[in-house]
Design a protein around this ligand. Structure first.
Ligand SMILES: Nc1nc2c(c(=O)[nH]1)N[C@H]1C(S)=C(S)[C@@H](COP(=O)(O)OP(=O)(O)OC[C@H]3O[C@@H](n4cnc5c(=O)[nH]c(N)nc54)[C@H](O)[C@@H]3O)O[C@H]1N2
Ligand SMILES: Nc1nc2c(c(=O)[nH]1)N[C@H]1C(S)=C(S)[C@@H](COP(=O)(O)OP(=O)(O)OC[C@H]3O[C@@H](n4cnc5c(=O)[nH]c(N)nc54)[C@H](O)[C@@H]3O)O[C@H]1N2
Ligand code: SF4
Ligand SMILES: [Mo]
Length: 713
């Protein structure tokens, strides 16, 4: 057993810090105060309050209220660990960093730098994400870098780039939501995943908006709906075709917008001629009148916003499904004015910024592209290297795991992710990481992935680490910290600088603070799609947050509404795409007669590494479960609370059944927050969307078998 040293001391009684929640993309601002504790008094150790700000307006959800608990957990890693005689044991930084650097040098010499992979995350600050990209390309010289946002934002981001010419999660401001007269929420469960945004939706409803929820389950979000389309998973692209057909039939399209601001509508119109509503009803499992109703509500509304999230996007056709929802937006001209727009509801705290500054395989900072010669030249200039020094593009996150499995990537450095739980086809990923030559992980905790590592580096938590994060609206926010790193923990960016120095690359990594990295990021993003040049720490302090693009320090920040006059393609026009009405890629059959989908619950965050170490959160959801319809449960002899084994063509896991009628028949919904024997990803589909390499997480054919009286955990 590893002995974990003292818990961080944090604040003195009476002191407070102002910070930002480490979890979802709203990035609610928080004030945390350590309470005075009189002798014998029973009082909470900390008081947590929301600080008014433009996104959450001072609200916090239960995760934000309890986020500090993981920071002071006695399980925090306080010193580096290295594997000796098969076990992880405490070590000095000197030894741990020396081991990693020596290993990287040896692998590079023997097999070339591309035998090393880097795997980042959307919780990292902009500064760290930027530096990780630079470290891969300049510190190591490898093309293999990608990050967990591939599983999160890649379908919507690539759709935004193709349709609009740019990807910024929301094309409008949050304050536009109450102005919308119709809101489509497709595959997004805001009530549990971005709870502090709910009042925007209830305000819209009070203002008379019609709310359409597209989700195979009656979620807490769907309870708001005027129309709930409980479709078969994986059929959103087909549903959007049906709604488009309805819009055309009803005459609810905006011809003048289409003519002046878009390309490709005639092709879409031709494509829709062959679309039959009856066929769409059959594919989606909805009725024709439900689909027509959706078209009428959205089509006749003066203003409207369409939101999509992972329900639509984590599919093998996620890119095209999103593009078909964007077709709805363009066909009705509901974009670029107040109360209108599209939002890909971003997931992680820095899911937006994390996808802009170069930790993605094909990307350089500022949303520049690594295969674009001009982009390479510009960034090489900022970095002080020849453009040839920058490697070409690598592969996506899951494909990196396949390369690890094949022995092509021989060492992996993971910063800010727990891939052995969060990748699809988790058994293969676990095997890959068991057999890898060398694995290093930087984390606050011994995650399932860190447990498998050869070296584990302890990092600072959100309360201790300065940096900027970009929220779901594209608003850059500064999170400052006054707390010293506890124990021997170090900042992620500091670790990258130390490693670069040991690899003889210190000249490119001479930063004394996060702000200094940001200064370089500003320059590297200048002129790019995600231009941060006009943003400084001082400005962020003064203005509380700044929308990108922000090309100049002198200009006022933009209104937050994109595409008021033109889209970001060179000709200023947006692009329609005809999308086929597909069945899901993996259909039920005799062996796997059910469909398995998955997602989130309110109190846990992603693979649960942090939230399980917050006692108040952990206590709310102890074990994983499968939501199952009463008739389906009956068919398999299952009752509420029974353990069952769920299997797919990839593998099996075991959970308790939660029987309720809020889910479609023959569908299972299992949260993604648990590893080990309860990990839904043992069964999920690793087939990738060819357009963006998003795995088809959300739809798999599955079977269920009762495990009476056995607890597998
Ligand atoms: N509490 C909590 N909040 C979080 C997170 C967390 O882990 N916990 N994670 C954050 C992150 S990183 C992300 S990416 C976001 C995710 O936010 P969401 O995408 O909203 O979350 P999910 O629960 O994965 O999926 C949303 C809904 O999709 C539905 N769904 C499943 N299959 C389909 C389908 O085929 N079509 C449609 N239309 N819907 C379908 C599910 O029933 C589910 O209700 O949440 C962020 N916020
Ligand atoms: N079946 C299924 N699988 C999914 C999804 C799904 O809906 N269904 N969703 C996918 C999505 S959208 C996402 S975003 C991924 C996320 O999946 P992961 O990338 O595995 O995300 P986390 O569980 O947040 O893991 C983050 C790890 O980094 C650590 N960490 C947190 N902050 C920092 C930091 O600042 N620095 C460092 N070094 N470490 C830090 C945490 O302690 C934790 O161990 O999962 C994907 N997997
Ligand atoms: S989890 Fe999201 S909604 Fe909840 S407090 Fe944190 S940032 Fe706000
Ligand atoms: Mo995500």
């Amino acid at each position: 057993m590893i002995r974990l040293t003292n818990r961080p001391a944090m604040l003195e009684a009476g002191e407070h810090v102002d910070t930002q929640c480490p979890f979802c993309s709203v990035q609610c601002k928080i004030r945390l105060t350590k309470n005075e504790q009189a002798a014998g008094e029973r009082r909470a150790m900390y008081t947590v309050e929301g600080i008014p700000n433009k996104a959450s307006e001072g609200r916090l959800c239960v995760k934000g209220m309890n986020a500090h608990q993981h920071v002071i957990s006695s399980e925090r890693l306080m010193q580096p660990l290295v594997r000796r005689n098969g076990a992880l044991q405490p070590a000095s930084w000197e030894e741990a960093l020396g081991l990693i650097a020596d290993h990287f040098k040896a692998v590079s010499e023997q097999y070339g730098a591309d035998a090393i992979g880097l795997y980042g995350g959307g919780s990292l600050t902009n500064e760290t994400a930027y530096l990780l990209g630079k470290f891969a390309r300049i510190g190591l010289g490898t093309k293999y870098i990608d990050y967990n946002g591939r599983f999160c934002m890649s379908a919507a981001a690539s759709a935004g780039v193709k349709t609009f010419g740019i990807d910024r999660g929301l094309t409008c401001r949050l304050e536009d939501i109450p102005l919308a007269r119709c809101i489509i929420l497709a595959g997004t469960n805001i009530a549990e995943c971005q709870p502090t945004l709910m009042p925007y939706l209830t305000r819209a409803k009070e203002n008379g908006a019609a709310i359409i929820v597209i989700d195979p389950r009656m979620t807490a979000t769907a309870e708001l709906a005027d129309l709930h389309l409980q479709l078969r998973p994986g059929t959103d692209a087909a549903l959007a075709n049906g709604i488009l057909k309805g819009l055309l039939r009803g005459g609810w399209i905006n011809r003048s917008f289409i003519d002046s601001r878009t390309n490709g509508f005639p092709e879409l119109e031709r494509h829709l001629e062959s679309v039959l509503l009856s066929e769409i009803a059959e594919i989606t499992g909805l009725t024709e009148s439900q689909i027509e109703k959706a078209a009428e509500l959205y089509g006749t509304a003066e203003t409207g916003i369409v939101f999509t999230a992972r329900g639509v996007e984590q599919q093998t056709d996620g890119h095209e499904a999103v593009r078909n929802f964007l077709n709805l937006v363009l066909a009705t001209g509901k974009i670029g004015r107040p109360g209108c727009g599209y939002g890909a509801v971003t997931g992680q705290g820095n899911g937006q910024g994390g996808r802009e500054h170069g930790q993605k395989a094909d990307q350089l900072p500022g949303y520049r592209l690594i295969e674009n010669e001009e982009d390479r030249k510009y960034v090489a200039g900022v970095w002080g290297v020849e453009p040839d020094r920058i490697p070409r593009k690598g592969v996506s996150a899951y494909e990196m795991m396949e390369l690890v499995h094949q022995g092509v990537i021989r060492s992996l450095f993971v910063m800010g992710s727990n891939p052995v739980v969060s990748n699809p086809n988790a058994d293969l990923v676990e095997k890959a990481l068991q057999n890898i030559d060398f694995l290093a992980v930087a984390d606050m905790f011994l995650s399932e992935t860190a447990r498998m590592a050869d070296v584990v580096l302890p990092v600072t938590a959100y309360l201790e680490n300065d940096g900027t994060l970009t929220n779901l609206e594209g608003r850059v926010l500064l999170r400052e910290s006054k707390l010293e790193p506890p124990g021997e923990t170090r900042h992620d960016w500091d670790i990258l600088c130390e490693l670069a120095a040991r690899l003889g690359k210190s000249a490119y990594f001479t930063y004394a603070s996060a702000e200094q990295i940001f200064e370089e990021l500003r320059l590297a993003s200048k002129g790019g799609a995600a231009d941060y040049y006009g943003i400084t720490y001082d400005r962020l302090r003064r203005e509380g947050g700044v929308y990108w693009p922000c090309p100049s320090e002198d200009e006022e920040q933009s209104s937050g509404i994109l595409f008021e006059e033109r889209f970001a393609h060179p000709d200023g026009k947006a692009v329609f795409l005809p999308v086929p009405s597909r069945q899901p890629q993996e259909l039920p059959d005799d062996n796997y007669p059910l469909t398995l989908t998955n997602g989130r619950v309110l109190s846990h965050y992603l693979t649960g590494v942090q939230t399980r170490r917050s006692p108040s959160l952990a206590a709310r959801s102890v074990d994983n479960f499968a939501e199952i319809h009463p008739r389906t449960a009956k068919k398999y002899g299952l009752e509420d609370g029974d353990w069952a084994q769920i299997s797919s063509r990839r593998g099996s896991f075991s959970v308790r059944c939660k029987v309720n009628a809020k889910i479609r028949e023959n569908l299972l919904f299992v949260p993604m927050h648990w590893g080990g024997a309860q990990n839904v990803n043992k069964a999920t589909n690793p087939e990738l969307d060819p357009n963006c390499k998003m795995p088809g997480f959300k739809t798999a054919a599955a079977s269920i078998t009762p495990l009476k009286h056995i607890s597998p955990s």
